[in-house]
Design a protein around this ligand. Structure first.
Ligand code: NAG
Length: 369
């Protein structure tokens, strides 16, 4: 009797091991059973020769509904080729697609895509800047505007507000700005008399954050944001109020504070991982970054923005950089419906949340709720 029991236990164990091996193979090929399904698949992107930096950004952009919506009403050549590729990346009937239509549209704007490893963030900036230029004509630089007599008249009294005015100058030709764009505000307050200089606004399409130096082994995203926004002291700035009181030009230390002046619909956060060593070489800080699926930026907004704007965001995509400081590979974890997918060129498979949260994040895309 006991022998039979032993035998059956043996076979049972063998079956289980076999099942586990088959399950492991199935996992590698298709992802876990519960994550499988046609709806949760998207096509991969063909690598045209070191173009993973392009592919990773396109997969991330394809996961952002408000960007697709915004592009839908746009008819300029680059916008059309971008929306074509982004829509195809959400079509589960497509297999692998090529980003060539888009790279050619960029080349017509005289961008050279040489087949060297490039930075994904740089590509993201180039893409957005070129899109905007195509829609609004070349953007006027600050000096163009300052030389314009009309602007001169308007801004001469409040030089500090010049940047705000640039925003409103380009506004008429652009009914709704790109959802990836927001405004950063920086304010300076005299440490001596508390006089505040006019707040400056700067248009942003991403925020670059160093890993928190206070953290021992891992930093949290919120901590990095807090460090970045926390006030710093800037010396030797002329204070109009102190000067008036003293009767001579007086320089003071000012407290500089950064805030989000207008939160973008889609917040792109870049984690700076490159660290220069004293011997002049660059290393990559691979320490862990803890980031949330839901991010509330309420405490990082200006007081006027806090009252008007929504502050809760959901994570849509994470671009990961694998490898060293000057080479490596980009891949993207992206949302498709409520499912997370891992995408790396033509490789696409479903993953669990914890796999996303454990990746070495380089760019994080959050969409406003
Ligand atoms: C890497 O980042 C961690 C925080 O996440 C920090 O403590 C550490 O000093 C950094 N290392 C380098 C070489 O900068």
């Amino acid at each position: 009797m006991s022998g039979v029991l032993q035998d059956s236990t043996f076979w049972w164990t063998l079956c289980l091991t076999g099942a586990a091996a088959i399950a492991a193979t199935a996992y590698v090929l298709f992802g876990p059973e519960s994550l499988r399904g046609r709806d949760s698949r998207v096509p991969g992107l063909i690598n045209l020769g070191n173009t993973c930096f392009i592919n990773s950004i396109l997969q991330a952009m394809a996961s952002i509904p408000s960007l697709l919506q915004w592009l839908d009403s746009k008819e300029t050549p680059l916008a059309v080729s971008l929306k074509n590729v982004l829509h195809a990346l959400n079509d589960n009937n497509e297999v692998n697609i090529s980003p060539e239509e888009l790279t050619q549209a960029l080349m017509r704007h005289r961008w050279l895509i040489d087949h060297q490893q490039q930075d994904a963030l740089e590509f993201y900036h180039v893409l957005l800047t070129t899109l905007e230029e195509e829609m609004t004509g070349p953007t006027l630089s600050l000096s163009d505007l300052i030389n314009d007599p009309q602007v001169e008249a308007q801004s001469s009294s409040t030089k500090g507000m010049a940047l705000t005015k640039i925003g409103s100058f380009s506004a008429p030709s652009q009914p709704k700005s790109c959802p990836l764009q927001g405004l950063m505000s920086s304010s300076l307050v005299c440490c001596d008399c508390q006089h505040a200089l006019p707040t400056r606004y700067e248009s942003i399409d991403s925020i670059s954050l160093p890993l928190s130096q206070r953290a021992a082994s891992s930093s949290s995203l919120v901590e990095c944001l807090r460090d970045y926004m926390s006030s710093e002291i800037v010396d030797d700035i002329e204070c109009p109020s102190c000067s008036k009181r003293a009767g001579v030009k007086t320089k003071r230390s000012f407290r500089k504070k950064l805030r989000i002046g207008r939160p973008p619909e889609v917040l792109c956060l870049n984690i700076i991982r490159s660290v220069w060593r004293s011997d002049g070489t660059m290393v990559k800080n691979r320490s862990r970054l803890v980031f949330p699926l839901t991010l509330d930026i309420n405490s990082f907004l200006t007081t006027t923005a806090t009252r008007q704007d929504k502050t809760k965001y959901q994570l849509r995509a994470v671009v990961e950089h694998l490898g060293g400081p000057s080479s490596g590979h980009y891949c993207t974890y992206r949302q498709c419906g409520r499912q997370w997918l891992y995408t790396s060129d033509t490789t696409v498979y479903p993953v669990y949340n914890h796999e996303v949260m454990n990746c070495e994040a380089y760019l994080l895309f959050y969409q406003m709720d």
